[in-house]
Design a protein around this ligand. Structure first.
Ligand code: 4AD
Ligand code: MG
Length: 430
């Protein structure tokens, strides 16, 4: 017989089926053995009656969690079974007996992390990885629909873009280089060829913080576009997040259910417009509604972002931050040179910054000035200044932290679960 997935078998609902997978749970008696079988699609209860398996009974009795099997039998509805169906098994092939599986409910976070390669098989991780797949596909679909080209930048680079304190230094044949914090410095040259470009690739940050929202290696969805203005960058960021959430709600109801995610927390993002506030307005709102007094010029920290997110049920876009707290490449606002045409998109429910983006400064003089203020040698950026020398045009872009978005969509307690093998200051194995 041809093997089908467990979910296909349940869709069929009756008659003969052949499925294969791993033992998720097992219990037995003298006369019966029940196993719950797991494959990538779902789980299903399977029953073995001893009278049919006299010769194989010793082996069946030994079947333990994560042993792999192929089986054939008759499927029928059974309201007592965990997913509402049961297979009465006629034929079994044991592919591999598993050793005692070293994962159980009592493991602490450290041990689960050490056994991450095995923990991936959990229903929780399987559900998250499926949602991750939807998210990545939706991001691509969003930009492709708009005529953006997928374009890539190097990961070994010679300079900072997002501040020197989170740079990873690598020994590049005896020369110091860094792992890229963003594609941006090598994306801006690309718009002169392709005009509208995007990427989804890893970025690296030597984050010393052990928070629930920082990875040292994360997947970064970034776009860069010629000719467009600051409003376009905000509109596109909002459309992107709306589209991704819409797709997950369409495709992954079952996974969100496994994760016990309340989808009412996601729906407003699809249907409602995101509030857009200036930094100044945020200071006022935080003072009035949360009693938080932030002196003008200070960056918004985690606490302030979290307090702000409590006031809304969609992401919030915050614009016009003080120049001093933002990256060197952000364009000064002509109307008020103390602030920049940059924005952060803050997730609901305290999930922090999803997107950081800006209009790009075109003046080489200002770029040099900003770099010097940060203690950087502008000479290293000569190639980048060339983008302003040969037919400079208004342009901008933004970056979205893929795992931040997944964390929020799935309602995770740590960003580490948004990726198969997380990298943080204290976690690099397996
Ligand atoms: O705000 P950031 O630093 O912006 C940039 O890198 C720009 N060059 C992007 C651009 O304009 N092309 O980072 C963008 C996003 C953040 O909003 C956040 O979602 C995510 O990247 N991010 C992280 N995600 C996980 N772990 C970390 N350590 C992160 N640091 C930033
Ligand atoms: Mg940022």
């Amino acid at each position: 017989m041809k093997f089908i997935s467990i979910s296909e078998a349940m869709k069929k609902g009756s008659g003969k089926v052949a499925v294969r997978g791993w033992v998720y749970r097992e219990r037995g008696s003298n006369k019966f053995k029940f196993i719950v079988l797991r494959d990538s699609s779902d789980i299903i209860q399977c029953v073995f009656k001893r009278e049919k398996f006299e010769e194989q009974w010793e082996d069946i009795d030994k079947l333990s969690i994560e042993s792999s099997v192929m089986l054939e039998g008759t499927i029928k509805k059974d309201s007592r079974a965990p997913t509402g169906y049961e297979i009465d098994v006629d034929k079994l092939k044991i592919v591999s007996f598993a050793e005692p599986f070293p994962i159980n409910k009592d493991l602490n976070e450290k041990l689960l992390g050490d056994r991450r390669h095995l923990w991936l098989r959990s229903r929780k991780m399987t559900a998250i990885l499926k949602i991750r797949d939807t998210v990545l596909q939706a991001i691509r679909e969003h930009w492709r629909k708009k005529g953006f080209y997928e374009y890539h930048s190097p990961s070994f680079i010679g300079m900072q873009c997002e501040g020197g304190s989170t740079l990873f230094k690598v020994d590049y044949f005896g020369r110091p280089l860094y792992l890229a914090q963003t594609w941006q410095l090598h994306a801006e040259p690309g718009i002169f060829a392709l005009e509208k470009i995007f990427t989804i690739q890893p970025s690296f940050r030597a984050e010393r913080s052990k928070t629930s929202r920082h990875l040292t290696e994360y997947w970064h969805a970034e776009m860069e576009v010629a000719w467009e203005d600051f409003k376009y960058l905000q509109d596109d960021g909002e459309q992107l997040v709306k589209f991704v959430v819409k797709r997950v709600l369409e495709k992954n109801k079952k996974e969100l259910d496994i994760l016990k995610r309340d989808i009412k927390k996601l729906e407003p993002t699809v249907s409602k417009k995101f509030p857009r506030l200036t930094y100044d307005e945020v200071l006022q709102i935080l003072k009035q509604k949360k009693g938080l007094v932030i002196p003008w010029g200070k960056d918004l920290r985690t606490i302030e972002e979290d307090k702000l997110s409590e006031l809304y049920d969609t992401p919030v876009i915050v614009t016009h931050y003080p120049k001093e707290v933002k990256a060197f490449y952000m364009k000064e606002d002509e109307k008020n040179p103390k602030v920049v045409l940059g924005y952060d998109m803050i997730a609901p429910e305290g999930y922090g910054e999803l997107i950081g983006g800006s209009q790009r400064e075109e003046s080489i003089k200002k770029l040099e000035e900003n770099l010097r203020k940060q203690g950087e040698d502008p000479k290293k950026y000569e190639f980048y200044f060339d983008t302003r020398r040969y037919g400079s045009v208004p342009h901008g872009g933004y970056g979205l932290g893929v795992e931040r978005l997944i964390s929020w969509i799935c309602g995770l307690s740590t960003i580490k679960d948004a990726i198969a093998f997380p990298r943080t200051m204290t976690r690099w194995y397996p």
